[in-house]
Write a protein that binds this ligand. Structure first.
Ligand code: FAD
Length: 842
């Protein structure tokens, strides 16, 4: 038997080698148009980055080694230019001299791989614009980069700038490696997220990590034109921004290399790849194909697809070889298991993404969990983001994705086995996985995601999803069951804070039929709340999948309203170096290790430590929770301390916080609106914040409060109003829903004004005549009424906070208060007051 293989890298070399193992006497010729065979293309970015230092290690085999070990006739620099199927011959062109010859075959294997997509934009062929497919591409990129870096090191030029077009796996690997060498990198991506092969919310933590490593990310835009300029290249984007580059890496995807097959009349599939059967045989019985050029059935989705990955290429090749040698071996499907390292993070997935399931109309449900990669108390772990999609009826696992710092590969591989073997989420609950503290948890993240998904299928848990917000919470009470401290740092607009610890004691008078949407940080506490309320008769309950962690991933990078609450962290990643304040040299230095603690652990430990410190002391806190990057500045802002610096460290951050107090308050003032530049800079004050304690229930005093509040809002200030004792009557609903009341509560209810409309005047009340006269005078002078002022303050963004202690004392329930009133205790008020420029007690 004479086998001719076209292409000699992943699939080609595998077919040739496997054929030899099965047929010692076959004549095997491998024709490769490039000058290398069987090289490790997956390692190319790492040689450019200097991680792999020995180039020869990438050359897994050479023509000589393949001849010696397997008696293969490997001809590099030989391109197959046509196939004569009738004569069973191929025409081969010698790349070096252009001469041609004909080679006959009994069996032909096509493994021509894929080619990089080169968008047809002006300047795409300029010097300095590269793709990375082959050893030669790698050598060119590395040579240019080395030369630029040498010039930069000698001071003959500024920093080296690279633009990477395409934020897929290869684009991000190149980004990391260029950055690793010291280049400044801009990544440009047409989609609204990096890593298009994974779902949006899983890509966001990786994007934040990328930014934290100093990479500029430009989403929803592409390269429109490339132009030579001042010895470099101007990359004009479709959003009209122009990026200056010294070198450009094009990683805008690949397309199957099918010219030969198409010209030979072989059938192609729906996605443009070579069509093959389960034996990897093409529409010609003497021609097989494998690798990036073919289409194979999807394990989960209907139909076939392209999957340009090394694993499938090698397995398809093995199947093709077995069939070429007369065996009956089948290749069933490809599930697209893939993984990428992005600096210290790892992300990947297997099976279908939710986006693909939606596009294909496949019914499914999703769950999100955020466990740590291994036991939190053992160093070196951080939060992992894990998502599984499954059949809502049977629980069959349809796909899974993970992003995190440690143990991501293991979880993706377990899910890959689950998808391949049609396991269900109930099986995930049961899997017995390797555990010791450095590797996992007794309840492995895979078990955890199985528990949650099984709860959903069994009907023990109903979820609402971040991507469905705000429709998912419309007409519902949104209850945040985290601690007031966490609530203070960030919460959903309009959410009520009912910490889990207090939920059971306060929910007694809640309407059990009212829709309630719960959430916490990752979904666990809200699940506990859900179970408690469900068993107390609440009927319309849902809890947020993945909690605020998933929610923020969905919404914060895009939504200015929510993002504004995170100031100044929105800009942190790109400008974090600006966060370095001048060291004071006074005060003690305290080291605090919070690695392995999940939110709110780091903030709580930090709060304890800073409280015990003296003004001016500096706490250096090490945290592995990536959310700390946004939580720390918000907490510092609220508590009147200073963020001296925050830098990426391992999976998380190291931050230095200087305790506020005497001598530091000037620069520790709150209400930051921006970050000044320069080392001596600090937080710059913008418009301030006014907070009120409304103690009085007198109409004139409440009126005055709201007039000032509306004025402050009009001046661009933030306003926070804490209603305690009689002041709370101003927030009572005109007609609250009926509920059972204890005797004392009924009596208080009868004695107190039933709403803002019925408040008395502080003087000249005259048995109610005074208020009537005031209202009429106000109307006459076109002064808005108290209810109108309240409504306008509320819609203007004022936080109206009801004092929970007063509510307990006076028997007022949350349902007695107007919509949108938040609940809070003295800590909430003090938190608000501490960051206010003006605080009024009325
Ligand atoms: P290739 O390995 O590309 O080989 C095809 C060969 O055919 C080429 O050498 C080509 O020159 C030759 N050829 C084409 N036409 C002809 C012709 N007419 N005559 C003669 N020869 C011809 N996958 C992963 O799973 N994980 C990774 O981490 C990963 N990293 C990657 C990083 C980079 C930079 C690149 C480029 C790819 C990476 N891949 C990765 C993808 C993986 O390398 C491919 O899926 C795999 O190599 C496909 O194997 P193949 O044999 O089909 O194609």
């Amino acid at each position: 038997m004479k086998l001719v293989v076209v292409g000699g890298v992943a699939a080609g070399a595998s077919i040739a080698a496997r054929t030899r193992r099965l047929d010692e006497f076959a004549e095997i010729i491998v024709l490769e148009r490039g000058h290398h065979v069987s090289f490790a293309n997956c390692g190319l970015p790492y040689f450019i980055g200097g991680v792999i230092t020995d180039r020869s290690r990438l050359l897994v085999q050479t023509p000589e080694s393949l001849r010696e070990a397997l008696d293969l006739d490997v001809r590099v620099g030989n391109e197959v230019v046509s196939i004569d199927r009738a004569a069973k011959t191929v025409t081969v062109r010698r790349v070096d001299d252009g001469t041609e010859y004909t080679e006959s075959y009994d069996a032909l294997a096509l493994t021509p791989g894929a080619e990089a997509v080169r968008p047809p934009i002006p300047g795409i062929d300029l010097d300095g614009v590269h793709v990375l497919r082959r050893m030669g591409d790698m050598d060119q990129i590395k040579a240019q980069l080395d030369a630029l870096l040498t010039e930069a090191a000698s001071g003959r030029r500024g920093p080296v700038r690279a633009v990477v077009i395409g934020a897929g796996y290869i684009g991000l690997e190149m980004t990391e490696n260029l950055r690793h060498r010291g280049a400044e990198v801009d990544v440009v991506e047409l989609a609204d997220q990096i890593l298009p092969p994974i779902d949006h919310e899983l890509s966001v933590p990786v994007e934040s990590h990328l930014r934290s490593r100093g990479v500029a990310v430009h989403l929803e835009t592409g390269a429109a034109a490339l132009r030579e300029a001042d010895g470099g290249i101007d990359v004009e984007l479709t959003n009209h921004e122009v990026l200056r580059a010294d070198l450009v890496i094009l990683s805008a995807g690949v397309r199957p290399n099918t010219a030969l097959a198409r010209e030979a009349g072989l059938e192609l599939g729906a996605h443009g790849g070579i069509a093959v059967d389960t034996h990897m045989r093409t529409s010609d019985p003497f021609i097989w194909a494998a690798g990036d050029a073919v289409e194979t059935p999807s394990t989960v989705l209907p139909g076939s697809g392209l999957s340009p990955l090394a694993g499938p290429a090698n397995r398809e090749a093995r199947v093709a070889a077995e069939n070429i040698c007369g065996r009956d071996t089948e290749y069933h499907s490809t599930q697209g298991t893939s993984i990428v390292k992005v600096f210290d993070m790892v992300a990947g997935g297997t099976g279908a993404t939710q986006r693909q399931l939606i596009a294909a109309g496949v019914p499914h449900r999703a769950v999100h969990v955020h466990p740590s990669g291994h036991a939190g108390y053992y160093p070196g772990t951080a939060m992992m983001h894990l998502k599984v999609v499954f059949d809502p009826e049977t629980g069959r696992v349809l796909g899974g994705q993970a992003a995190g710092f440690d143990g991501v590969d293991k979880r993706i591989d377990v899910l890959s086995v689950a998808v391949r073997n049609r396991l269900t989420v109930f099986d995930l609950e049961e899997l017995e996985l390797a555990y010791a503290p450095p590797f996992g948890s007794a309840k492995d993240p895979i078990n955890m995601v199985g528990f949650v998904a099984s709860n959903v299928v069994r009907g023990d848990l109903e979820l609402w999803y971040a991507e469905d917000y705000p429709a998912a919470v419309e007409g519902a009470r949104v209850i945040d069951v985290r601690t007031p401290e966490e609530f203070g740092i960030w919460h959903l607009p309009g959410a009520e804070n009912v910490p889990l610890a207090t939920l059971r004691s306060v929910c007694g008078d809640w309407d059990t039929s009212a829709p309630i949407r719960l959430y916490c940080a990752v979904g666990f506490r809200s699940y506990l709340a859900y179970r408690s309320l469900r068993q107390r008769g609440f009927t319309d309950l849902k809890t947020l999948s993945g909690g605020s962690t998933t929610f923020r991933a969905w919404h914060e990078l895009d939504e200015p309203d929510v993002a504004a609450q995170r100031e100044p962290m929105e800009n942190y990643a790109e400008t974090h170096s600006l966060f370095a304040l001048a060291p004071t040299g006074v005060g003690a230095s305290i080291d605090l290790d919070c690695t392995g603690l999940a939110c709110p652990g780091p903030i709580m430990r930090l709060a304890e430590t800073v409280t015990a410190a003296n003004a001016g002391d500096e706490v250096t806190v090490h945290v592995s929770d990536p959310g700390f990057a946004s939580d720390a500045p918000a907490w510092v802002k609220r508590s009147g301390h200073q963020l001296v610096s925050i830098e990426p460290e391992g999976p998380g951050y190291v931050a230095v916080i200087r305790k506020g107090g005497a001598g530091t308050m000037a620069s520790a003032r709150p209400a930051s609106r921006g970050i000044s530049s320069g080392t001596g800079g600090g937080i710059v004050n913008g418009p301030g914040k006014t907070s009120f304690v409304v103690f009085s229930g007198d109409m004139d005093k409440v009126l005055a409060s709201f007039i000032i509040a509306n004025g402050a809002l009009a001046m661009g200030e933030e306003v926070s109003m804490f209603f305690t004792f009689w002041g709370l009557n101003a927030l009572r609903r005109e007609q609250p829903p009926k509920r059972e009341k204890k005797l004392m509560d009924r009596m208080f209810g009868m004695m107190m004004p039933s709403s803002a409309q019925h408040l008395p005047l502080s003087t000249m009340n005259m048995a109610g005549m005074g208020p009537v006269m005031i209202k009429s005078v106000m109307k006459h002078h076109n002064v808005p009424s108290l209810p109108e002022l309240i409504a306008s303050a509320h819609t203007g963004g004022a936080r109206l906070i009801g004092c929970t202690m007063t509510m307990d004392l006076l028997g007022i329930a949350h349902s007695d208060l107007m919509d949108g009133v938040e609940l809070g205790g003295v800590a909430t008020f003090l938190g608000e007051a501490s960051e206010s420029t003006t605080t009024l007690f009325i």
